[in-house]
Design a protein around this ligand. Structure first.
Ligand code: SAM
Ligand code: SF4
Length: 330
């Protein structure tokens, strides 16, 4: 195999987040506007293009691929794509981030297709609040989906919660209790300023330090050096060894120094950093060179030299990046 991908700061890049759709059956308040317009079909990568992109990156040393979106489970034939990507020689793990709404039906087939771990978003355990945050989501379906995922034999399941003052910050302990009772991991995410979603984000901002203090009021916490290959910092609960708690803190704790990730949007833009607009138009290259991989690999290697050292989100919640999260691949 060729040398591993390296950026201009010597960071090894071995993790690709691949967005398989910009569409979603939810409209979470932090992610989308209420009336979203989605991309026309010809602008998004076809299944064969997604597979080819995955194959190229694995050939250049990517060990982990996360399928995301939008909601990956609304993409037609997602199971076939999972199966083919999971079988790529050299890939260590295929994982997925999902809102969980389709998991009651799809958890087992996904595990059988080779998806090793799942991140499932869960922002509230109260049906009315859950509906208010997701605008269209039904909590009971997601909870059923989580149970189906537990029964399907994934290596690990992690819940993801975006914490917002006035919406769910007072549920942090209840969510930890829920995760701990089931031996699941849970990560709490600070809201990121991606896309204009029709409200000010600054007011709702809740720092990871505050979330941690809330959890520490009930649970003893032990810092740990563990890394999942993603941006979360983890703590363990000595009394509940099966669960870990993660904090994803783009505002308060810069995670850029250890960044090992790239994102490919469903339009085929290779994003070098979630917080910057620099990108490579891989779709154009995929279509211009349908059989010759060399120009694509060369372009990827060159683009990597321009991966920024760090993002520069500010806690005021002002929009700096015009993309919506669903288009970036969360
Ligand atoms: N639809 C799937 C889901 O919700 O899990 C996958 C895509 S979603 C964009 C991926 C993750 O990004 C979710 O955990 C979601 O909560 C998070 N997310 C979306 N918008 C965000 C924002 N503005 N700030 C922080 N996290 C965000
Ligand atoms: Fe859909 Fe996920 Fe965005 Fe919510 S966070 S609107 S579930 S893509």
């Amino acid at each position: 195999m060729a040398n591993a991908l390296q950026d201009g700061f010597g960071r090894t890049i071995d993790y690709l987040r691949l967005s398989v759709t910009d569409r979603c059956d939810f409209r979470c308040v932090y992610c989308m506007a209420e009336d979203m317009r989605f991309l026309p079909r010809q602008q998004i990568l076809g299944l064969e293009e997604l597979y080819r992109a995955a194959r190229l990156f694995v050939g250049r040393g990517v060990k982990k691929i996360r399928l995301t979106g939008g909601e990956p489970l609304v993409r037609r034939d997602i199971l076939g794509l999972c199966e083919r990507i999971a079988a790529l020689p050299g890939l260590r793990e295929l994982v997925m981030t999902t809102n969980g709404a389709q998991l009651a039906r799809l958890a087992r087939p996904l595990a059988e297709a080779g998806v090793k771990r799942l991140n499932i978003s869960l922002d509230s355990l109260d049906p009315a609040r859950f509906r208010a945050i997701t605008r269209t989501g039904e909590l009971a379906r997601v909870l059923d989906g989580i149970e189906a995922a537990r029964a399907a034999g994934f290596e690990r399941i992690k819940l993801n919660t975006v914490v917002m003052q006035g919406r769910n910050a007072d549920e942090v302990l209840a969510l930890v209790d829920y995760a701990v009772a089931r031996g699941l991991d849970i990560s709490f995410i600070e809201e990121m300023p991606l896309g204009e979603v029709g409200r000010s984000r600054g007011e709702a901002f809740c720092s990871s330090d505050e979330v941690r203090a809330r959890i520490a009021s009930r649970y003893a916490l032990l810092d740990c050096a563990e890394q999942s290959g993603g941006p979360a910092r983890y703590v363990r609960l000595p009394a509940h060894p099966a669960s870990r708690i993660g904090f994803i803190s783009p505002h308060s704790h810069t995670f850029c120094a250890s960044c090992n990730r790239l994102r490919l949007t469903v339009e085929g833009r290779l994003l070098l950093c979630l917080g910057h607009e620099q990108s490579l138009d891989l779709r154009a290259l995929l279509r211009r060179h349908p059989t010759d991989d060399r120009p694509l690999v060369d372009a990827i290697d060159r683009a990597l030299l321009h991966k920024p050292q760090q993002h520069d989100f500010s806690a005021s919640g002002e929009v700096q990046v015009l993309r919506f999260m669903n288009a970036s691949g969360g």
